[in-house]
Ligand binder design. Structure first.
Ligand SMILES: [Zn+2]
Ligand SMILES: [Zn+2]
Ligand SMILES: [Zn+2]
Length: 402
């Protein structure tokens, strides 16, 4: 589909659809609509676009809550310097003060449980990141009610003998039990916690420095050839809250569903691997364009080989090998019709190449790759504020022209 855009002034465009002859005015920033639908007794939600152009932000959502990865400040996500006994970490006294009401006792219980190294059989069921997030949300009284928990679907699948569904339910029950104890609510029925953990399992977004959950963005559905990409970061403009932005990769018609990918590049590229990952982790079989006839199928080992060469870790500090691997990575990705997943994946690989080239002292080459990925991949797909874009900009600045 191609729409004719005429930008009349900054941020406002006149858009004409040549197939229907319809035209209308659009703001270039085009917030999507979140809709709740149901069919056959299942409720799900999806995000529908307004008419918008590729590269435009279609969704912006502030996190209901988030937790930082180990070593990161729980407030601003910068490198952590101080820690509480409960395991919560901060960059310094200011962020510590902001987080003074963290659920210290509950987090300490969870940390104790993690340290005690539960038996292997239990450990596989416990996702401590999700448990910490659940504890924080619970203490703040944040409701996850609008998010789908899919419990009934899992129960039905488990009854049919689906092992992944059974273990997802088991994980929620074991986690709920640990969470109830941590929050000092042993006497209660754990059902509420079971649902909360299932909601996090299906809706929380892992990102570079943590795990976050959003209300509207939870309605974004998967496609193996998504039309949008997601950037999650701490937003300095909005009191440091964690925000998610989805940007359209191509022009979208009004009512088109905004889709993203749930999978890492490695799981995405191979048809069998992505089917297995979507079935085992999300309990659906994908019927998107990328999975149909003409869909793509690449050996993940090809990507592994390229990533290894980009890291320059096979003892031959040779910049030509890194540059050749980078061209090879570009060629592999150019052959995959995976929509908005492609520029994001290409940026990650190009940033690896730039880092290795900087280490090898090939700063002109590093600059060229950082510049290309910033302009071609990162700004259109993820925006200037995304941490990857900032990293690319830092590589540009760190490698003065020789
Ligand atoms: Zn901080
Ligand atoms: Zn604490
Ligand atoms: Zn698919």
């Amino acid at each position: 589909m191609s729409l004719e855009w005429e930008e009349v002034e900054e941020g406002i465009a006149r858009v004409r659809d040549p197939s229907s002859g319809e035209s209308e005015w659009r703001f270039v920033d085009a917030p999507a609509l979140c809709e709740s639908r149901s069919r056959d007794g299942w409720r799900w939600v999806e995000v529908r676009a307004r008419l918008c152009r590729g590269g435009v932000r279609v969704l912006r959502d502030v996190a209901l809550g988030f937790v930082a990865k180990k070593g990161r400040c729980g407030v601003c996500l910068r490198r952590a310097e101080v820690a509480c006994e409960c395991g919560a970490e901060w960059c310094g006294p200011r962020c510590r003060a902001v987080d003074a009401d963290h659920p210290c006792d509950a987090l300490a219980t969870l940390a104790g449980c993690e340290r005690a190294r539960p038996p292997e059989s239990l450990l596989s069921f416990l996702d401590f990141g999700a448990l910490r997030l659940a504890a924080r949300l619970w203490r703040r009284g944040v409701s996850l009610e609008p998010l789908c928990h899919h419990r009934d679907r899992l129960v039905a699948a488990a009854r049919r003998g689906d092992r992944s569904a059974e273990s997802a339910l088991q994980a929620a029950r074991v986690g709920a039990n640990v969470l109830a104890q941590a929050l000092g609510r042993q006497d209660d029925d754990d059902e509420e916690f079971v649902l909360a953990l299932l909601r996090l399992r299906f809706n929380a977004f892992p990102f570079e420095t943590g795990l976050a959950v959003f209300r509207d963005a939870s309605a974004l559905n998967h496609s193996c050839a998504p039309n949008s990409a997601v950037s999650i970061r701490r937003d300095d403009d909005h009191h440091g809250r964690v925000v998610l932005e989805a940007r359209a990769h191509v022009d979208l018609h009004r009512g088109a569903e905004v889709t993203i990918t749930y999978l890492s590049l490695r799981a995405l590229v191979s048809r069998d691997a992505r089917r297995a990952a979507l079935r085992d982790a999300f309990f659906f079989s994908c019927a998107c364009a990328g999975c149909g006839p003409g869909g793509y199928d690449v050996d993940p080992l090809d990507l592994d080989a390229v990533s290894g060469a980009l890291l320059g870790d096979d003892n031959n500090n040779n910049k030509d090998l890194v540059l050749a691997a980078s061209r090879r990575a570009d060629a592999i990705l150019a052959a995959i019709p995976a929509g908005a997943a492609v520029p994001v994946a290409r940026a990650r690989l190009r940033l690896l190449a730039a880092r290795t080239l900087l280490r090898l002292g090939a700063s002109d080459d590093a600059r060229a790759i950082a510049r290309a990925t910033l302009d071609d991949d990162l700004i259109p797909a993820l925006g200037r504020q995304d941490p990857h874009s900032r990293l690319a900009a830092a590589y540009l600045a760190a490698s003065p022209r020789t």
